[in-house]
Design a protein around this ligand. Structure first.
Ligand code: MEV
Length: 438
């Protein structure tokens, strides 16, 4: 059995890899070159990546694709998308083109407040705690001035601080519930620094409060942390067009398409099993842009899924209707994104992705990202309710198999033609390729 290791973080990168190969990969001689082949020749660039996290041994590549023709609020964008799943970028591009010919996407940021909490226990008289809070609120704000000064210069800062009694749900449990405006930054460090300072001041003031008895003075801070649930940081994206303009081919009228499409959305609205997959499609677009722009996709995922359950049952993030002959399709989601700070100026590809998006503000990026989610969902539902999703997927699958087998351009062309009329499976493709080559 492999023994636990001490001082792993002190080993060099090569020593770490050698240790890994020896202890967990049966001395696999290929492991070392595989990990090393992804090191960047540019040592400065590699060092930058090494230092993003701890115990780095290699880089993990994801493709960066471009989805052009996104007309958003009257302006054309090309969206950088970092994603491993085939068909997503193609689907986004297709939906973008479709809607660019029908007025484009409209997007609005409804609000942009972030939230953080100091969670603490207080064993005592609530009115006394309330009075203390009222007395010290100015002190709390004053104590974080060194942290908030720059943010205030940019028009942001602390919006309000509330004392919340949660003792009905958990004995002795209270919160400072704080709302922040972090402008163009995601603001996690800013928020957490403010909260930890609040916690320090609160505890100190409680321990010195003349009106508090011994137990009350013993106010206990449990933790101070931002919330990734941001239901007051909402963006809306929508598309609309006359129903008759929805149809692109003679197989279906616009009315028939709209009816089936809206039914598909309704199913996701009322049926959680479908809603999760439906929203996964939305997240295909959102995550890819969030990742490419160096934002925290785990935070975004957690917040959006919580929002999808806000009415007590997990439901669709998108909605659709026909009103007076106009088809409308929209989504409203919480999105806490930043375009300054964090990775945005550190990671060269993130910086470039933001340049591709014409240096967006956080609001712009919220709008663009929400549109990516809506477009992706439109493309998925369109395929699902018309041709089925496998047609497109299997074409990509075919290409992947052909590429893995070093097919020439001519072979690819012939194979695509052949498989227009035959069923694609891994073995059928290999068999046909071998036949062709023979
Ligand atoms: C696949 O990544 C996403 C879909 O399953 C989304 C959906 O079903 O709506 C196609």
């Amino acid at each position: 059995m492999t023994k636990p290791v001490n001082g792993f973080s002190k080993l060099t990168k090569t020593e770490k890899i050698e240790w890994l190969a020896k202890n967990y990969l049966h001395d696999n001689s290929e492991a070392i070159p595989i990990l090393k082949q992804y090191w960047n020749d540019d040592e400065k660039l590699q060092k930058l990546h090494d230092e993003f996290i701890e115990n780095t041994v290699s880089n993990f590549y994801l493709p960066l694709g471009l989805a052009p023709n996104f007309l958003i609020n009257g302006k054309y964008y090309v969206l950088p998308m970092a994603i491993e799943e085939s068909s997503v970028v193609a689907a986004a591009s297709k939906a973008a083109k479709f809607w660019s010919e029908r007025g484009g996407f409209k997007a609005t940021v409804i609000n942009q407040k972030k939230i953080g909490q100091v969670h603490f226990l207080f064993r005592g008289d609530y009115p006394k705690l309330e009075n203390l809070f009222k007395d010290i609120e100015p002190k709390l704000r004053e104590a974080v001035k060194p942290i908030t000064r720059n943010m205030e210069k940019r028009g942001g800062g602390i919006l309000n601080i509330e004392l919340i009694d949660k003792t009905e749900d958990l004995e002795n449990y209270y919160q400072l519930f704080v709302k922040f405006d972090t402008r163009d930054s995601m603001g996690a460090n800013f928020i957490n620094s403010c909260l930890e300072k609040f916690a320090e001041v609160l505890q100190e003031e409680a321990s010195n409060a003349e009106t508090f008895n011994k137990e009350e003075k013993d106010l206990q801070i449990i933790m101070s942390i931002l919330s990734n649930y941001v239901p007051e940081c909402i963006v809306r994206a929508e598309v609309s067009c006359p129903v008759a303009e929805l149809s692109e081919d003679s197989n279906m009228t616009g009315e028939q398409f709209a009816e089936k499409f809206i039914q598909a959305v309704r199913i996701a609205e009322i049926e959680p099993y479908r809603a999760v997959t439906h929203n996964k499609g939305v997240m295909n677009g959102i995550d890819a842009v969030v990742l490419a722009t160096g934002n925290d996709f785990r935070a975004v995922e957690a917040g959006i899924h919580a929002y999808a359950s806000k009415d007590g049952q997990y439901s669709s993030l998108t909605h659709a209707k026909v009103e007076n002959g106009i088809f409308k399709f929209w989504l409203e989601i919480p999105l806490a994104l930043g375009t300054v700070g964090g990775l945005t100026s550190l990671h060269p590809l993130v910086k470039l992705a933001l340049d591709i998006l014409q240096k967006p503000s956080a609001k712009d990026l919220m709008q663009i990202t929400a549109v990516a989610g809506l477009a992706q969902n439109f493309a998925a539902l369109r395929s699902l309710t018309t041709t089925g999703i496998q047609q497109g997927h299997m074409k990509m699958h075919l290409m992947n198999i052909l590429n893995q087998n070093q097919a020439t351009d001519k072979e690819k062309e012939d194979m695509v033609e052949y498989f227009t009329h035959h069923t694609i499976t891994h073995s059928s493709v290999i068999e046909q390729l071998e036949k062709m080559r023979a």
